[in-house]
Design a protein around this ligand. Structure first.
Ligand code: PEP
Length: 254
């Protein structure tokens, strides 16, 4: 039985005082659903402020990105060593980082490995852009991204990761994938790639979230799919009642 995991990706939103307020409001909505692994990913600058509240509520904390080196001449970057002890998760390979900040399959792999080496759980994002989807290339893209992200990771390490299937055309657009469509990509192609890399046991044990315009309205249908183990939520994670409803929908799986 895979424990559902729902993560809030606040992206580049909220000042530190606003992050504190939002954390309090979100925690009030999600604290009760202990069967669900709940994670809040604020901006780097808010991590220290938000950490004690999340910890007291039994809710995980994550960063939205990081560099793979422990330290060095990388102006403006944040290292896994800096995050270790401060938070427990890190999103790697988000499509916005691939699209705007030159993230590649290779850097996603380096970050996933560095996260694991430093005791952080990577939430590894994969997903096709609209043109790839329309060209019927979804399988090819997610399989390539999944294989690349896991290169060099042992089965034991892979089991400590989470995948987020985020079709790029669904992110922030209000057009979520259909539950059956997302389930098929995850079950056939992402778990298929993990099964080829490791084994069907590993592929079946690893948790895969869906992300892309998840809302209170569509969460229950998405979470009812057998291969969708939770959600990576952007816009709706800034709305406490809505995020609460998504976590509640995930708790029905548990
Ligand atoms: C995301 O940022 O990972 C995301 C899925 O955003 P949204 O829920 O707003 O589509």
């Amino acid at each position: 039985m895979r424990r559902p995991v729902v993560a809030a990706n606040w992206k580049m939103n909220k000042t530190v005082p606003e992050a504190l307020d939002l954390t309090r409001d979100l925690l009030a909505q999600i604290q009760a659903y202990t069967a669900v692994e709940r994670v809040i990913c604020p901006a780097f600058v808010a991590l220290t402020t938000v950490a004690p509240l999340a910890a007291a509520a039994g809710v995980g904390l994550g960063a939205q990105n990081m560099h793979w080196e422990k330290s060095g001449a990388y102006t403006g970057e944040v290292s896994p060593l800096m995050l270790a002890g401060l938070c427990q998760y890190v999103i790697v390979g988000h499509s916005e980082r691939r699209q705007y900040f030159g993230e590649t399959d290779e850097t996603v792999n380096k970050k996933a490995r560095a996260a694991l080496l430093n005791g952080l759980t990577p939430i590894i994002c994969v997903g096709e852009v609209l043109a790839e989807n329309e060209a019927g290339r979804t399988a090819e893209v997610v399989i390539r991204q999944t294989r690349a992200a896991y290169a060099g990771l042992s089965a034991e390490e892979a089991l400590k990761t989470i995948v987020a299937y985020e079709p790029v055309w669904a992110i922030g657009t209000g057009k979520a994938a259909t539950p059956a469509g997302a389930n098929a990509v995850i079950g056939l192609h992402i778990r298929g790639a993990l099964s080829d890399l490791y084994s069907s046991t590993v592929a079946d044990a690893l948790r895969v979230q869906y992300g892309g315009s998840v809302t209170a309205a569509n969460a229950a249908d998405l979470m009812a799919q057998p291969d969708i183990d939770g959600a990576l939520v952007g816009g709706a994670s800034l709305k406490p009642a809505e995020f609460g409803a998504i976590v509640r929908a995930a708790s029905a799986r548990a």
